[in-house]
Design a protein around this ligand. Structure first.
Ligand code: HDD
Length: 709
């Protein structure tokens, strides 16, 4: 039944399993009250420890087994609870209750992740981000397990182990951690041209998001929506963040990893704690069945996107994340996503990558969570109580009643019984298949260069520069010239100018030809070599939706603003700026010369949020320096403030100063950028607010190369 209280239904379910130690005595796992958990039982005060000590054994045994295997990919992640609400019924396309009933508030749990790094790796690795959402619907659980990029590296699940083995730390020395910049990855990429599209996205700013709350999400594969009449439409799922899509620079990413390895995790947690709930709109890109073969790319090929200019994305609802987990392990670590978890009204397509995923995820949970009963873990439990004849296994926590565990039966009254489709039972879409069984790649998949080229063409000049820098960094870290050469040849197929710039940075020439790798990549007897590199198709000059320069720039909500102060800072300046920033829901943080408090020029005490020696410029979106003679004189004596401002300048951030604050800027390279539109000296606070909302003044980038930080 429709009801707005659904989110609380999942929260209530979780509450039943939540332990709260407040006011409770410490007990053993058997409930025995404990008198001493600090000393083991010994034969005399200095004597050896007794085997009899069940308290010691229980505590140590439990500790010894605390760890479970980390995810083979996406090990590093952060999650949150929330809900999904529909804008308008989508009955024309799907019978899924979640897309029919606008009165519902469907509970969700979302987990965001990097791919290659281990569980403890830093958040700002250059990497794809996982974007997985579990919808606890009334008809069963639906998992939409996507990424923050709309395409994938490979076309067939058969190649997934090869892809991941190449990008993970090399097996002989387990180096490098959470980084793709090494020979084995580029050996694979350069031999597997289907990777180039996702790869160029990974070289773009999408791979170093400013926040998990400021990235898009994509279901990637083409799925099917099935309506009540049994009709099918193809669909691609898109998540669009309300705050827009924003990224940091590579230099910042590297420094953030040192200054706060948990930057993204902390940002998500703190935004939710502050009541600034992250939100995304879910959108459908619908293609009628009749149009399946209309495009110059194959809808089943997960390395291709459908440009939004060709098929628009229609927003259908919104996800809001409004509650942090109570316990990281129990919820974020144990949550198990399965692309195979679907509900009536949604179905799979024949995308061969998706088809392989349908096998892999259930399989991996068995070794990760240790039992086929992983669906009984509270975070994985559906809202609907499951009843079936599957039995036993490690960690069975339910007590299935009755004599029968088979179907059909009479002894159990025929229960659990089957349901008709009209009663909400799932039935697979009856797709007509008439084909030979064959191990091959469809010829319609063999165009590896058109879409990476479309992506690159669609970028703004500053984004193109970032891509050039990223290729130059990554390949610069590779040792083998033959691998770098092959990569340069591949990049040249995307864009000759890009390839030349990267080649110059590598100090290499682009090879005239390479031994064609396509056969190896597809199959020894393959004939697809004949198509390569193929004439790049140009069905669209540019797709503006692909560039972050066309994202939203209308909010400063949750932006972290550093205010550099010492005793004697101007309350007059600060008050006006703080009011404007907090009106826009930015987070204003006082950076002082020490912890505790600083006094403004009206003798009021202000709590310091971070002493300068504990923080870094890269952790903030913008910097403000209020006036105050005494304050500025103190700040000028500490080189860290100069570095702080120079870095903010280099990273194209908004900087503001009032009155004597300008004297501090004179000590920095900001003095050469006074005409810059995001440098606000003695301007109205709103000008600074507008500059912060623009995220960065990327045009500045052309001139910041000489700044030595
Ligand atoms: Fe995968 C985890 C996303 C292809 C095998 N994958 C995993 C997660 C995300 C994705 C977001 C983490 C979920 C979480 O937070 O727990 N994977 C993708 C996307 C893909 C993709 C968007 C392509 C479009 N994956 C893919 C293939 C295979 C896998 C082709 C295997 C054939 N993925 C796995 C896995 C993981 C996983 C090994 C590791 C942990 C887990 O499943 O639960 O089964």
């Amino acid at each position: 039944m429709a009801n707005k209280g659904q989110q609380s239904k999942k929260t209530e379910q979780l509450k039943k399993y939540t332990d709260d130690p407040q006011g409770q005595p410490l007990t053993t796992r058997q409930g025995l009250k404990v008198n001493d958990t600090n000393n083991s039982l010994k034969a005399g005060p200095r004597g050896s420890t007794l085997l009899e000590d069940f308290l010691l054994r229980e505590k140590i045994t439990s500790f010894d087994h605390e760890r479970i295997p980390e995810r083979i990919v996406h090990a590093r992640g952060s999650g949150a609870h929330g809900y999904f609400e529909l804008y308008e019924g989508q009955e024309a396309y799907t019978k899924a209750g979640i897309f029919n009933d606008t009165a519902r508030k469907t509970p969700v749990f979302a987990r965001f992740s990097t791919v290659a790094g281990s569980k403890g790796s830093p958040d700002l690795a250059r990497d794809v981000r996982g974007f997985a959402v579990k919808f606890y619907t009334e008809e069963g659980t639906w998992d939409l397990v996507g990424n923050n990029m709309p395409i994938f590296f490979i076309q067939d699940a058969m190649k997934f182990p090869d892809l991941i083995h190449s990008v993970k730390p090399e097996p002989n020395n387990e180096i490098p951690q959470a980084a793709s910049a090494h020979d084995t990855f580029y050996d694979f990429v350069s031999l597997t041209p289907e990777t180039l599209h996702n790869h160029i996205w990974a070289m773009s700013d999408r791979a170093i998001p400013r926040s998990l709350r400021m990235m898009e999400g994509f279901g990637i594969h083409t799925y099917r929506l099935i309506n009540a009449q049994g009709e099918s439409h193809f669909v691609k799922f898109h998540w669009k963040p309300i705050l827009g899509v924003h990224s940091v620079t590579w230099d910042e990413a590297v420094k953030i990893n040192g200054a706060d390895a948990d930057f993204h995790r902390r940002d998500l947690w703190e935004a939710i704690e502050a009541g600034q709930y992250p939100e995304w709109e879910l959108g459908f890109q619908i293609v009628p069945e009749a149009d399946e073969h209309k495009y110059e790319f194959d809808l089943l090929d997960p390395t291709k996107l459908i440009p939004e200019e060709m098929v628009p994305v229609t927003p259908v609802g919104k996800m809001t994340l409004n509650r942090n987990p109570e316990n990281f392990f129990a919820e974020t670590e144990q949550v198990a996503f399965l692309p195979g978890n679907i509900i009536p009204g949604i179905d799979f397509s024949n995308d061969p990558l998706l088809q392989g995923r349908l096998f892999s995820y259930r399989d991996t949970q068995l070794s990760r969570l240790g039992s086929p009963n992983f669906h009984q873990i509270p975070i994985n439990q559906p809202l609907v109580d499951p009843h079936n004849n599957q039995r036993d296994g490690h960690m069975q926590t339910r007590i299935p009643k009755g004599r029968t565990a088979y179907f059909p039966n009479t002894l159990g009254g025929g229960c659990p019984h089957l349901s008709k489709i009209a009663e909400g039972a799932f039935s697979s879409y009856e797709e007509r298949i008439d084909a030979k069984k064959i191990r091959t790649r469809s010829e319609s998949f063999v165009d590896f260069f058109s879409q990476p080229a479309l992506f690159y063409r669609s970028l703004a000049p500053w984004e193109k520069q970032h891509v050039t820098d990223a290729y130059s960094f990554e390949l610069g870290k590779c040792k083998q010239d033959h691998i770098k050469g092959r990569m340069l040849w591949m990049i040249e197929q995307i864009d000759a100018d890009l390839a030349q710039k990267v080649a110059d940075n590598l100090g290499m020439d682009i090879p005239k030809s390479i031994e064609k790798p396509i056969n190896q990549a597809i199959g020894a007897d393959s004939t697809v070599d004949d198509f390569q590199p193929g004439k790049a198709k140009n069905y669209l000059d540019t797709s503006p939706a692909l560039s972050q320069s066309n994202t939203k720039f209308d909010s400063i909500a949750t932006r972290q603003i550093a205010v550099l102060v010492a005793d004697g800072f101007s309350m007059h300046d600060f008050k006006a700026m703080k009011k404007a920033l907090e009106h826009g829901k930015a987070m204003v943080k006082l950076i002082g010369p020490h912890g505790g408090t600083v006094k403004c020029d009206t003798d009021m005490e202000h709590q310091v949020d971070a002493p300068i020696h504990t923080t870094e410029s890269v952790l903030f979106d913008a910097v403000y320096v209020p006036g105050g003679k005494k304050s500025i004189a103190t700040l000028m004596k500490n080189g860290k403030y100069i570095k702080f401002l120079n870095e903010a300048l280099k990273h194209c951030k908004a900087i503001a100063a009032d009155n004597e604050g300008e004297d501090l800027l004179e000590k920095t390279y900001v003095r050469d950028f006074k005409e810059d539109k995001a440098i606000c000296i003695n301007t109205a606070p709103d000008e600074f607010v507008n500059a912060v909302a623009r995220h960065r003044n990327w045009e500045r980038m052309e001139k910041t190369g000489a700044i030595p930080v």
